[in-house]
Design a protein around this ligand. Structure first.
Ligand SMILES: Cc1ncc(COP(=O)(O)O)c(C=O)c1O
Length: 256
């Protein structure tokens, strides 16, 4: 459960604690968070970790965006914040986002606690998803061992795109606000001030602006009035998309 406070999402620990029951077995943490772009601070993760350990809740940490972190932010893998947390966490990641290798269909889990690892591995084997082809393994090795320079260039490019996107929207698109992402290459757009229904908002983006955003509702409760924009694209494509959104929003006021 997240709440939006002064333009940033925070974890609502009171709400979380209230929702825990005897049947609560697992908590799924997304860090960096998709879609709201938060890179959780150390003290937030420690508080979350304490709640999980105290209530015997296994942490599943989806850290797939862990390398896409912008200036001024630091990603802490939650399993690194102490032995107790390490032994209570399954960390999931992949080179897919960082190195654009989704086509390799590669993911991995880091599970320090042997008994959890055994249950996990047995289940993978039962579902026949534990086998990788050699090309995938070599691509992953090459990415992690030889991809640093490429990644540094990518991060500089993405940060420039992010800053431009935020600046453009603030200056040119009244009615849409940006939740500035600390990491990830996605941006959560707050379109609630446009006062459109979700169907009208989707129509505005898809049919009027002709841009392919993800509808906020596809991320569940709290997504009403929001859209998700992926800015991992050439700056010129981003510019055109923003211009089209701006024109479509201007068109709304002309209709009124
Ligand atoms: C937070 C998060 N986890 C996992 C995935 C799955 O990635 P893939 O299926 O490409 O490995 C995604 C993809 O969008 C994601 O954003």
């Amino acid at each position: 459960p997240l709440t939006l406070e002064d333009g940033r999402y925070v974890m609502d620990f009171d709400d979380l604690t209230a929702k825990i029951s005897r049947n609560t077995k697992m908590l799924l943490l997304c860090n960096p968070h998709n879609p709201v772009g938060r890179v959780w601070k150390r003290h937030e993760l420690e508080q979350l970790g304490r709640i999980c350990v105290a209530n015997d809740i296994l942490l599943i940490a989806d850290e797939i965006h862990d390398d896409i972190i912008y200036s001024g932010h630091h990603h802490y893998p939650i399993a690194n914040l102490g032995e107790e947390l390490a032994n209570n966490t399954i960390t999931l990641s992949s080179p897919g986002k960082t190195f654009n290798l989704q086509g390799m269909q590669m993911g991995y889990a880091i599970i320090p606690e042997p008994s959890i690892k055994k249950v996990f591995s047995d289940q993978l084997a039962r579902n026949w998803v534990h086998l990788y082809n050699p090309l995938t393994i070599e691509a992953t090795r090459a990415a992690y061992q030889e991809g640093e320079e490429w990644l540094n260039d990518l991060l500089a490019y993405l940060e420039q795109n992010r800053d431009h996107l935020v600046d453009y929207i603030h200056k040119n698109i009244p009615g849409i606000d940006v939740i500035v992402p600390d990491g990830t290459y996605i941006c959560w757009l707050d379109c609630r001030a446009l006062s459109l229904s979700q169907v009208e908002l989707r129509d505005l983006m898809t049919n009027k602006a002709k841009v392919g955003l993800n509808d906020g509702m596809s991320f569940g409760t709290g997504g009403e009035g929001f859209q998700r924009l992926n800015f991992a694209c050439p700056g010129s494509t981003l510019e055109e998309g923003l211009q089209r959104i701006s024109d479509a929003v201007k068109g709304l006021s002309q209709q009124k």
